[in-house]
Design a protein around this ligand. Structure first.
Ligand code: HBI
Ligand code: FE
Length: 286
């Protein structure tokens, strides 16, 4: 989803960052973070990619309470040169890419309320920090995120942000990976969601297809419900290498001549891990 038409809120810096103001979190908010954390930490060890679990550990995110961005940044800086900075909410695309290109991950500082435990329309601190930050401790993934930011700045000048956003969606947000012959989760949108962490791996509904950069940039996505297709990579290094080595400008031009693909389409050329029944999506249609 392109975010270009939003105005900078009062009290934010030129780059839209704000202080996290860690001391302002209430005991109730820390307790809600702990509850969300415990629920995911219990289920993810068998489901999430080993690098994600390792990130929680090396960043000391397993300690109770909402993490302090300064502490996270200090640890990340030593490991991969990344920082975590607070923003009030969604920021314009160009700025988002610019932060990534400079190894700054922008994170919401607000926490969902108890009645929004399972559904949110804007990324909160649990999604952004629990979901995204652990993998920034992994060198290949950390480099991929920076390369994505640099690619975003170029895509912006080529009018191709919507295409590139699909790459982010199907990797950083909803990506799956093959590890020791099993499918594992790494996308932040999945691992920060209790329901989707189960659905993405166990449910017979969604397609699970091999990652293919060009194919994926033709594929629409759903922002309002569980995904109908997930794309599976073999290793983070592949993602990084393809993103760095591919010249996106001719690719965008080529894609302009091809039709978009629906969220549930399977092509004859797809590497199919699971042919989904789409039963879940069908229950949502009147
Ligand atoms: N802003 N805070 C925030 N978080 C995001 O994930 C985000 C954003 N702005 C734009 C954006 N994502 C996407 O539209 C880009 O990936 C294209
Ligand atoms: Fe996200």
């Amino acid at each position: 989803m392109a975010q270009n038409d939003i105005e900078r809120p009062e009290g934010t810096a030129e780059d839209w960052t704000i202080p996290q103001d860690w001391a302002a979190y209430t005991p109730q908010e820390h307790a809600l973070w702990d509850k969300l954390f415990a629920r995911q930490a219990q289920m993810l060890p068998d489901r999430a990619v080993a690098e994600f679990m390792n990130g929680l550990d090396v960043l000391r995110m397993t300690r109770p309470g909402i993490p302090d961005f300064d502490e996270l940044s200090e640890r990340l800086m030593k490991l991969t040169g990344w920082q975590v900075v607070a923003v009030p909410g969604l920021v314009p695309d160009r700025l988002f890419f610019d932060h990534l290109a400079n190894r700054r991950f922008v994170a919401g500082r607000f926490l969902r309320t108890p009645d929004q435990i399972d559904y949110l329309s804007e990324p909160d601190i649990f999604h952004d920090v629990f979901g995204h930050v652990p993998l920034l401790a992994n060198p290949a993934f950390a480099d991929y995120m920076q390369a994505y930011g640099q690619g975003g700045l170029r895509a912006d000048s080529l009018g191709a942000i919507d295409r590139l956003a699909r790459l982010y969606w199907y990797t950083v947000e909803f990506g799956m990976i093959r590890q020791d012959d099993n499918l594992k989760l790494y996308g932040a949108g999945i691992v920060s969601s209790h329901g989707e962490s189960i659905y993405a791996l166990d449910d017979p509904s969604p397609n699970r297809l091999g990652f293919d950069l060009k194919r994926l940039m033709r594929t629409r996505y759903r922002i309002d419900d569980y995904q109908q297709s997930y794309f599976v990579i073999d290793r983070f290094e592949d993602l990084l290498r393809q993103t760095v080595e591919t010249d996106f400008a001719p690719l965008y031009a080529e894609l302009d001549g091809l039709p978009d693909l629906d969220t549930d389409t399977i092509l004859p050329t797809d590497r199919v891990y699971t042919r989904g029944t789409q039963a879940y999506a069908k229950t949502k249609k009147e």
